[in-house]
Design a protein. Sequence first.
Length: 182
Amino acid sequence: MLPVGYRRRISHQHLPDDYVYCPHCAASLESVTLGRRHRMRCPSCGFVHWRNPAVGAAVLVRDASERILLVRRAPEATRPGLWSVPAGFVDYGEEVREAAARELEEETGLIAEIGEVIHAASNFHDPAKLTVGVWFVGRVTGGTLAAGDDADDVGWFALDDLPPLAFPTDETLFERLRRGEV
C-alpha cells in the first residue's frame, strides 16, 4: 500500500537530464513507446535511454533509549534545514550495504555494522530525481558523533518527538515503527 499522497508513477516530462542526442553517435533521439512507456531511442544506432531511478541507502540507528539518530540537511543539500535518516546515493559499482555504512560515517562520524533491510520505498518527492531507497538497521561499532558531508547537525530523537522531516519516505518508516511493523 502506498502512503497517502503518493503516485505509483510520475508521467514522463522532458526534464533537464533527459538525453536529446545519442551519447553513442550524436544523432537526435526520437520519442518512442517501448513496453507501454515513453523512451528516447536513437534511430541511427538503436540506443535506448532507459531512464531509471537512482538508488539510495539509509541507516536507522537507535541508541540504548530507543531514540533515533537523524541528521539535519545542510544548506547545500536537498531540503535544507529539515531532518532525515542518514542516507545517500549508492555509487556505481558499490555494494548497497557498503554505501549505507559510508553514508552513515560521512554524515554522522559513526561506524556501524549494517544489518537487515527494514524498509524499501520509491521516492517521488523530486520528479527530476526519482530514487529507490533501501533502509537498513545499523549497530554503532565506533566513531565519534559529528555532523559532516551534507548534514550540518545530528541528534537523537524519540519516535514520538521527531523534528520536521525532509522526506515522506522516512515518515512512512517511522509510522511503521510506531505500529510495530518493523
